[in-house]
Design a protein around this ligand. Structure first.
Ligand code: PNW
Length: 496
């Protein structure tokens, strides 16, 4: 199944319409506007709150069978808590879901793509265990209202990126800078909250017959050379930034990776602390979290080499997860670069999937995000075409290697609010004109290539569509009509 992905804050707009409450991103962009690269907001974004029918039309044009989108928590629960459900919010997502189903497109719904209601943020957000209750109650509202039609639920998007940007680097909402403590607390509560939402589904909504999964972001990591230290650094990279979130759910032991436990415990002890900054799970919590994902929803963009040597001495803040992990990374300079962190290495997807198959006992995978973002706009996105072809080809190799892959979603259906980089970074198959009140969407070359791959089931490197000359648009009809008119007038002229 091929699909395309988006998230609510990045495309919806309608930030204060239809009874919606404030998320921590609404709060960030109003209280700290200079933090966003172009001082923009998601107040209107691509205006999908009003243009969702056009979005579904685009999905139809592409010929995809999956649309991955997210639900805005404060649009459904304006105050975060489940004691007041906003009927207009429910109506919006009902309309979207019904429109998708009427067009034969399966919804994959992300319950949480970083839009924490601001008042829950003020009560502690992801740093308090109360969020396990809040999140579970919110998930229950969604299952109850939409579960008759939604059969694929994705609980939480990318614990690592959310905790690293929101609670460690302080680059995303809620802009907390606590790389040695909050970073781990955030991840811990995300795992518990995810498990709560999973159990609620299985205990109360199993009759709906759907599936529930967590969304994990993972780069492919490789040792920078043959040395033991590089190999160890790579294993630590995987333990800190992937295993921390995956192992408690997908591994047989159901706990954090031992490397992660050991390194944080040792660093904490060296810092004179009486306990590890990575709080251990109780056996009861381990049992509660283990096995709580019906498949792996994987977001993958890039790859890196990992090393550990003396050049790292004194480079990390103490305490921090960077200091705990104590490793360096870099991309191969020959890889095509998009945004600051995005380097294209298509074989990385194949290697990662084969690694996961071996490590996590033949798990089932949907790729829920993969795409190319850069700072250029326009319709001739050759580099995005190259990226898509390369990564889809790599996916085919993984299927040949026996990996159980069920679906692939491109990020993103359209240009959108790319968090702290605002609208400066573009990921869209469809270009969105943010200067135009209508937020006109136009297919890029990548959209036409993706459409042809989906239609033909072939990656044809010679296929070279022109996104400026569209034979299926109204303008083509205008051209034909005017040609007819010229012919007619020529005929009339010969008469007189
Ligand atoms: C994802 N990295 O975040 C998010 O799920 C999307 O909301 C976002 O728009 C998209 O990727 C593009 O950035 C990531 O540094 C951010 O590897 C950074 C990384 C990966 C994913």
């Amino acid at each position: 199944m091929f699909g395309a992905a988006t998230s609510s804050y990045q495309i919806e707009g309608g930030w204060n319409e239809g009874g919606k409450g404030w998320s921590m991103w609404d709060h960030l962009v109003r209280t700290d506007p200079d933090h966003i690269a172009d001082r923009s907001t998601g107040d209107i974004a691509a205006n999908s709150y009003h243009l969702y029918k056009r979005d579904v039309e685009m999905l139809k044009e592409l010929g995809v069978s999956i649309y991955r989108f997210s639900i805005s928590w404060p649009r459904i629960l304006p105050f975060g808590r489940h004691d007041y459900v906003n009927p207009e919010g429910v109506a919006y997502y009902n309309n979207l879901i019904n429109e998708l189903l009427a067009n034969g497109i399966t919804p994959f719904v992300t319950i949480y793509h970083w839009e924490l209601p601001q008042n829950l943020n003020e009560l502690g957000g992801w740093l308090t265990e109360d969020i396990v209750d809040w999140f579970g109650d919110y998930a229950r509202v969604l299952y109850r209202n939409f579960g008759d039609r939604v059969k694929h639920w994705l609980t939480i998007n990318e614990p690592y990126i959310h905790c690293n940007h929101g609670y460690s680097r302080g680059n995303h909402a809620p802009r907390i800078r606590s790389p040695g403590i909050a970073f781990y607390e955030c991840g811990r509560h995300i795992l518990l909250a995810h498990a709560r939402a999973y159990h609620i589904y299985k205990n109360e909504f199993a009759f709906q017959g759907g599936q529930v999964a967590i969304v994990i972001s993972s780069d492919m990591s490789m040792p920078s050379d043959d040395s033991q230290s590089s190999y160890e650094a790579m294993e630590d990279y995987r333990a800190f930034y992937v295993g921390q979130y995956m192992d408690p759910i997908f591994s047989a032991t159901g706990n954090y990776p031992q490397r992660l436990i050991d390194r944080v415990a040792r660093a904490s002890a060296n810092q004179g602390l009486s306990e590890s900054r990575l709080r251990p799970f109780t056996q009861e919590q381990i049992n509660y979290i283990r096995g709580t994902s019906d498949f792996l929803a994987l977001n993958h963009y890039t790859s890196k080499f990992v090393y550990r040597n003396d050049s790292l001495n004194g480079t990390f803040e103490v305490p921090s997860h960077q200091d705990d992990a104590y490793l360096g990374t870099y991309p191969d300079p020959s890889w095509m670069q998009g945004g600051t962190w995005l380097f294209a290495y298509p074989p990385g997807l194949y290697k990662l999937l084969v690694h996961f198959k071996e490590k996590y006992n033949n798990l089932t995978v949907y790729v829920t995000e993969n795409g190319f973002g850069n700072y250029t706009t326009g319709l001739d996105d050759e580099n995005r075409v190259t990226y898509l072809r390369g990564y889809i080809n790599s996916l085919l190799d993984a299927i040949d290697a026996g990996v159980d892959i069920r679906g692939y979603c491109a990020w993103s259906l359209m240009d959108n609010f790319e968090w702290a980089t605002g609208y400066t970074m573009r990921f869209g198959l469809y270009q969105v004109d943010f200067d135009d009140a209508n937020r006109t969407r136009t297919p890029r070359k990548s959209a036409l290539v993706y459409k042809e791959i989906i239609r033909s089931r072939v990656i044809d490197p010679t296929y070279n569509p022109d996104p400026h000359a569209r034979d299926d648009s109204n303008s083509a009809i205008v051209v034909k009509t005017s040609a007819l008119f010229i012919l007619l007038s020529a005929f009339v002229n010969t008469l007189f």
